[in-house]
Design a binder for this molecule. Structure first.
Ligand SMILES: Cc1cc2nc3c(=O)[nH]c(=O)nc-3n(C[C@H](O)[C@H](O)[C@H](O)COP(=O)(O)O)c2cc1C
Length: 221
């Protein structure tokens, strides 16, 4: 079946995107409001987008009820700083508690019982239990349409908890031991990142191309 996006409601478009684009990593974002309140919320419209400079992007939709910016968006626009913390299985429940629509003057840090630690170069704190945290400075805010902002952040400092660093010189990390989770389809389905397989990358082989062409010709007969 084909689905023409312009003929669908916002909700339907969202459903198609999130049903198919899986798994999505989860950015557990900490920001500091100009009111001094530390905010924490999960965002799965998220990924790494480059390495020079090292970039992360967040898709920040408007709040469904108010139609206004979510606190994370407001804080990033106003302060230019945020921290992306990766979510381990151990933190799953706290992450889930932190997605509630808490009033702006209530910190999800208190609500979800999240332990924080000071960042090195930005004001919002790290989530202490996160296996990895990225201190980011806003590079650009892209506003496309009335319902969303895309925040592009440059990673200034990456923190990897010592227990996950096998060899600091060669940058060997024990990613499986981090037990990170991702978001799947539907509002409440998650995935563990333990179901991996290996596939070595090849380089161009003219014999392989020839074999493919011969096989295709054979199919046509
Ligand atoms: C796993 C997960 C992923 C989410 N991803 C997004 C997202 O990518 N974009 C978004 O706007 N909201 C997303 N949400 C919803 C926000 O976390 C929720 O609206 C939250 O209340 C926003 O908090 P804030 O106002 O403190 O920023 C997600 C929620 C969960 C549980």
């Amino acid at each position: 079946m084909d689905f023409v996006m312009s003929e669908l409601s916002i909700r339907q478009r969202y459903k198609i995107l999130v049903s198919a684009i899986t798994p999505r990593p989860i950015a557990w974002v900490t920001t500091l409001g100009t009111n001094g309140v530390v905010n924490a919320a999960p965002y799965s419209f998220f990924n790494a987008m480059g390495d020079d400079p090292p970039l992360l992007v967040l898709g920040l939709l408007k709040d469904i009820k108010s139609g206004g910016d979510k606190d994370t968006a407001t804080n990033i626009v106003e302060t230019g700083e945020f921290v992306v913390n990766m979510v381990s299985e151990d933190d799953a429940e706290r992450m889930n508690l932190s997605c509630v629509d808490a009033p702006r003057n209530v910190s999800e840090i208190d609500y979800a019982g999240i332990a924080t630690a000071p960042s090195h170069v930005v004001a919002p704190p790290l989530i202490a239990s996160a296996p990895v945290s990225f201190e980011c400075r806003k590079r650009e805010i892209v506003e496309i349409g009335p319902r969303q902002l895309i925040a592009i952040g440059e990673v200034l400092v990456a923190h990897v908890r010592d227990e996950f660093v096998d060899d600091a010189e060669r940058l060997y990390f024990n990613t499986p031991a981090m037990r990170l989770i991702g978001r799947m389809y539907g509002p409440d389905v998650y995935i563990r990142n333990s179901d991996t397989f290996q596939m070595p990358r090849g380089s161009f082989d003219p014999d392989h191309l020839h074999a493919m062409r011969v096989a295709k010709k054979g199919e046509g007969q």
